[in-house]
Ligand binder design. Structure first.
Ligand SMILES: *Cc1c(COP(=O)(O)O)cnc(C)c1O
Length: 398
């Protein structure tokens, strides 16, 4: 490492797809004296956060708040509903789907992985076909990612629900919405999801350290007979104590203060406006990438993610080296994984981000591509501006 300690002026542009920049208002909400987690002040806060988070998942049922990162909430979803040896159907959309599959295996489940090439989302027809073959109903859960953060592919969660129903299959439906919740529309109840898994540090604009399980009545019923071991992650303990506004052990009180404010902020903007903002920033990003003449990892527009865009570099250019070189211009991108290791970088455009931030990030990306000697066409930033201008004019004329 360099011993250069020169001060870097200005803000660093954190364009990784999470953790995302935390708004000042959330930082201020967290920066308070510690409160008594068994006292009335906390109880009031807990009720607000527990009620508020339901509106983000769009569910009437309780949502469990864990002091853990998203990975913990993955484990909680599986451990609370399933039993050793249970078959689960998962879809290889990318790195995060692979990690969840590996976790299922470690927990004593038997995952079946529908193969994928890391360049599209989950295909409802494939899921339906596999479930139809499973006449004995050995598959106990279908587990998919709403947004595969590693590739920038978003899957159609409502369509997969329809596929499960069309197969007449009773499997539980579990969805990882860690990098889409609070950025892309998500409807736990309406889409018939049994367990939805969320995390704090992406669309919810919080530091890492909280994660969530939204649960259906069917998932709750399954938890009564599930035999996988659980203690810290037990829903039962949480649900019992949450009823009175408390937690079975010390909750991350300051993080929950931040959560309550982040939820307020999302509603003050309006969830639909939040989603539209993500859509137009994502579209502007894709227009820049196309104009640069670079290829996106997600190859089918129907799966385009509104939170992250993965950009392949031309053959012979190393994306990790590019990320390092771009770092000199005070920007961070997401890394590459798996079969495409070293071949792409990811531009995160989610959370507390607006037009000037995105245009700044894309401008610096164009600068870094030039300085790093990556072959590309000029004009990507202009294409992003044009895309945003077109969107703004259409909104003005409505
Ligand atoms: C970030 C992420 C995870 C992992 O969450 P951690 O908070 O790092 O444990 C899992 N799934 C998806 C889709 C993610 O984006």
């Amino acid at each position: 490492m360099s011993t250069n300690t020169a001060r870097a002026a200005g803000r660093h542009f954190l364009h990784i797809p999470g953790p995302t920049p935390v708004p000042d208002r959330v930082l201020r909400a967290i920066d308070t004296p510690i409160i008594d987690h068994r006292g009335p002040e906390f109880q009031k806060l807990a009720y607000k956060a527990l009620d508020g988070i339901k509106t983000i998942f769009k569910t009437k049922n309780p949502v469990i708040i864990y002091t853990a990162t998203g990975t913990g909430a993955w484990e909680a979803a599986l451990a609370n509903t399933l039993s050793p040896g249970d078959k689960v159907l998962m879809v290889e959309t990318g790195q995060f789907a692979t990690l969840w599959k590996n976790m299922a295996q470690r927990l004593g489940l038997v995952p079946e992985f529908i193969k994928g090439d890391w360049r599209s989302g989950a295909d409802p027809a494939q899921i339906e076909a596999r479930l139809k073959e499973d006449k004995a109903h050995e598959i106990k859960a279908v587990c998919v990612l709403h947004n595969e953060t590693a590739t920038g592919c978003l899957s159609d969660i409502a369509a997969i629900r329809k596929a499960i129903d069309a197969a007449g299959h009773p499997a539980l439906y579990m969805v990882d919405t860690i990098s889409s919740l609070g950025s892309a529309d998500y409807r736990h109840d309406e889409w018939g999801v049994d367990v939805s898994i969320g995390g704090a540090q992406k669309g919810l604009m919080l530091p890492p350290g909280l994660s969530f399980n939204a649960i259906s009545d069917k998932a709750l019923a399954a938890s009564k007979t599930s035999k996988l071991p659980k203690s810290f992650f037990s829903w039962e303990d949480m649900l019992n104590l949450n009823k009175s506004g408390y937690f079975p052990y010390t909750p991350a009180t300051n993080m929950i203060q931040g959560l309550a404010v982040a939820i307020d902020m999302l509603h003050e903007e309006g969830l639909d406006n939040v989603f539209a903002r993500h859509d137009r920033l994502a579209e502007a990003t894709r227009q820049a990438v196309k104009t640069w003449g670079l290829e996106m990892l997600c190859r089918d527009p129907k799966y385009y993610s509104s939170t992250v865009t993965a950009v392949l570099l031309p053959e012979g250019y190393n994306a990790d080296q590019f990320r390092e070189q771009a770092g000199a211009f005070h920007i961070s991108y997401g890394m590459s994984f798996g079969p495409y290791l070293g071949k792409y970088f990811r531009i995160g455009h989610l959370g507390d981000i607006n037009e000037p931030m995105l245009l700044g990030g894309l401008s610096v990306t164009e600068l870094a591509l030039d300085v790093a000697g990556i072959p590309h066409n000029k004009g990507g930033v202009q294409a992003a501006i044009d895309s945003l201008a077109k969107d703004a004019k259409a909104r003005l004329s409505r």
